[in-house]
Ligand binder design. Structure first.
Ligand code: AMP
Length: 143
């Protein structure tokens, strides 16, 4: 199974915010949309960074309530690791494990196509395992 299969199921599109958005506003969006991260993009659609709930917690721990008034550009991660639609689920799991993050934007030829989360990957892997089990059962019964 590949990243493109996940996107085909969940659809393309990514939640994003402008770099000047406040941390309070981003927290609101993460909560209302029930997501763990948003991409930070400029007016041309260029990805400037990614901010996840972990960055918000880290900022709150170091700045206290004042963190809520910061701009998201002040707390985001700037070096964003991305994946390709043709990457396998295993490659994505490897990237998330070694990078210690749970979100990977999907980019092809510079175009942002979507974002896969660790939840999407686990769901896809479970479906794959179920298929393998069914195939093995059918093979045994046929034999
Ligand atoms: P997460 O586990 O995705 O909530 O993120 C943990 C940390 O990694 C946070 O500091 C995020 O800003 C950062 N992060 C999340 N996704 C990525 C990514 N694709 N590339 C680089 N950093 C990321």
């Amino acid at each position: 199974m590949f990243v493109s299969d996940i996107l085909a199921q969940k659809g393309i599109g990514v939640h994003s915010v402008a770099p000047t958005t406040s941390v309070a506003e981003v927290s609101q969006q993460l909560s209302v949309r029930r997501i763990g991260s948003v991409l930070v993009i400029d007016g041309h659609g260029t990805v400037l960074g990614i901010v996840s709930e972990r960055d918000v917690v880290r900022a709150l721990a170091s700045e206290g309530a004042a963190a809520l008034a910061l701009e998201v550009s002040q707390i985001m991660t700037r070096e964003v690791v991305t994946c390709d639609p043709d990457d396998s689920i295993e490659e994505v799991m490897q990237a998330m494990t070694s990078g210690r993050f749970r979100h990977l934007p999907v980019v092809r030829h510079g175009d942002l196509l979507g974002l896969v989360s660790i939840g999407d990957v686990v769901k896809a892997r479970l479906a794959e395992t179920r298929h393998e089990t069914e195939a093995l059962k059918a093979y045994i019964v046929a034999g």
